[in-house]
Design a protein around this ligand. Structure first.
Ligand code: SF4
Length: 328
């Protein structure tokens, strides 16, 4: 339960056997728990990673630090923080599952409501597969490339664990923020304030307005929406990443600055991001790509609806050029 505090059994245990809310929030004997809860959130925010264990075998302390962490995240109530924290918790669970036996993995999958059978391989109902594999962008995750039998997708154990990680992250994100009452806000006020400030600092470090000569007022609505989505920690589709990277490269942003923007994303992967930027900017591929035309952006669902200037142009780069000329 300490390793999988998001499972129903763990919540039930805390409800029936754990301390009262008042004890958890205020009792001096629970100070370590509150400190651990804070550390969970801080590490997720600063490093994108929560260590496997921090309590040297004190499982109750470890388990109780989870509700404290959730109260702190809820007290801040920031979408970026929620996504980054949920991702780090889900990744911690994924690492841990790789060393567990199949019976244990089945237990986790059942708790998450998966329709599956586990023998040597796993058979997962295609609807669950689709729901949780949507974030996986490589072709070999696409449903058309899977082996299907009676509506069930065959998966290896590692892939199943990867799907479970997505399900854990989604569950956590859907549960947060919790409603936090005055008692929680008063008891954890200092910690909530510290994390709120850290969250703002983290977001501020990557704001696109800070990017050298590039003026956000010249950027067309489609690209502004994509930038905002990254700043809020939302997932953006591959087509959106391609369009935005090519756009930013073409208006003169350095690869380092583009990289800095993407590093704000909760599912940021350093190596993959560097490769994609290097490919689109021509540093790796030898070809400098341009963003798609407006008609293609519309067909991708990436055009939020044209403003006055948009109606006169056919390409997002022209929007930026014309706005630049107007400024004189
Ligand atoms: S019309 Fe073109 S430039 Fe304007 S928001 Fe849509 S895609 Fe972007």
């Amino acid at each position: 339960m300490a390793e999988y505090p998001f499972l129903e059994d763990a919540s039930e245990f805390i409800r029936s056997e754990g301390p009262t809310l008042e004890e958890l929030l205020l009792h001096p004997a629970r100070e370590e728990v509150r400190r651990d809860g804070m550390s969970r959130v801080r590490r997720a925010l600063e490093e994108g990673r929560i260590p496997d264990t921090s309590t040297e075998g004190d499982y109750l302390r470890e388990l109780l630090s989870y509700p404290i962490a959730r109260m702190i995240v809820s007290g801040v109530g920031d979408a970026y923080l929620i996504r980054r924290y949920s991702l780090a918790e889900a990744e911690k669970a994924r690492r841990n599952m790789t060393s567990k036996d199949n019976d244990f993995i089945s237990l986790v999958a059942k708790d998450l409501g998966m329709d599956f059978r586990m023998d040597g391989l796993v058979l997962l109902h295609f609807s669950d597969y689709l729901r949780y594999s949507v974030q996986m962008k490589s072709k070999d995750w696409k449903l058309v490339n899977q082996r299907l039998a009676d509506g069930y997708v065959r998966l290896g154990r590692d892939r199943f664990i990867r799907v479970l990680k997505e399900a854990i992250q989604k569950r956590m994100e859907s549960e947060l923020p919790l409603a936090v009452n005055d008692q929680i806000l008063n008891a954890l006020g200092d910690k909530i304030e510290e994390i709120a400030n850290l969250t703002e600092e983290k977001k501020e470090q990557h704001k696109v307005e800070d990017m050298g000569r590039i003026r956000i007022t010249r950027v067309p609505p489609c690209m502004r929406d994509l930038i905002r989505a990254i700043q809020l920690g939302k997932h953006i589709p591959h087509t959106g990443r391609f369009a935005l990277t090519a756009f930013l490269h073409n208006i003169g942003l350095s690869s380092d600055d583009i990289f800095r923007l993407y590093s704000l994303s909760p599912d940021f992967q350093e190596g993959k991001t560097k490769y994609q930027i290097g490919h689109i900017s021509g540093e790796i591929s030898g070809t400098e790509y341009t963003p798609p035309e407006c008609s293609t952006m519309q067909s991708y669902g990436l055009c939020p609806g044209p403003d006055g200037l948009c109606k006169r142009i056919k390409h997002p780069l022209n929007y930026y050029r014309i706005k630049g000329r107007k400024r004189g």
